[in-house]
Design a protein around this ligand. Structure first.
Ligand SMILES: [Fe+2]
Length: 169
């Protein structure tokens, strides 16, 4: 039976995605959907790369690689690629058009957080505990981890976290 609008099916008949059922029966519908989305085993589908429109791709790629302690950017056609641990590359691209700020979040280890946040502080990079930039010079402790937001040179809203969203549920 299909539930009506706004009604949830009983937990035992809740739809599954790729055969994975939420491990957190006390969650709201939204939380369950997010949990399934973020944690399911989707076999061979992985994000491989994304293009990061930038005012100056060299400055932007060097900013990220330097701040995160990553290998130097690699030129690939018109792009400068910076790779992270799960083999995703951020392909920085010069754009003359107005750049719409995007959000990029990176899951980092505790040691990496210390190193990156240390560089943020040492370089005087403005940072906030929240995505709306209402809490300057703070970090957050969501999900029992640590998180902080800061902008890249093109105005993209970057975030580092040590625990994935919802990890404490
Ligand atoms: Fe985020």
């Amino acid at each position: 039976m299909t539930p009506g609008p706004g009604k949830l099916p009983p937990a035992s008949s809740a739809p599954t995605v790729m055969g994975v059922v939420s491990r957190h029966p006390g969650q709201s519908h939204w939380e369950k959907d997010y949990d399934r989305c973020a944690r399911q085993d989707v076999m061979t589908i992985e994000l491989n790369h994304t293009i990061v429109h930038s005012r100056d791709k060299r400055a932007a790629a060097a900013f990220l690689a330097g701040l995160f302690g990553l290998p130097n950017p690699v030129a690939w056609g018109p792009f400068l690629a910076v790779g992270v641990a799960n083999q995703v590359t951020l392909d920085f691209y010069d754009s003359d058009a107005e750049i719409a700020s995007q959000h990029y979040c990176f899951l980092v280890g505790e040691d990496e957080f210390d190193q990156i946040f240390g560089r943020i502080q040492a370089q005087g990079i403005p940072h906030w505990a929240d995505p709306g930039h209402d809490k300057p010079d703070e970090i957050n402790t969501h999900d029992g981890g640590r998180g902080v937001y800061f902008d890249d040179p093109s105005g993209h809203n970057l975030e580092i976290i040590t625990r994935p969203y919802g990890d404490s549920r």
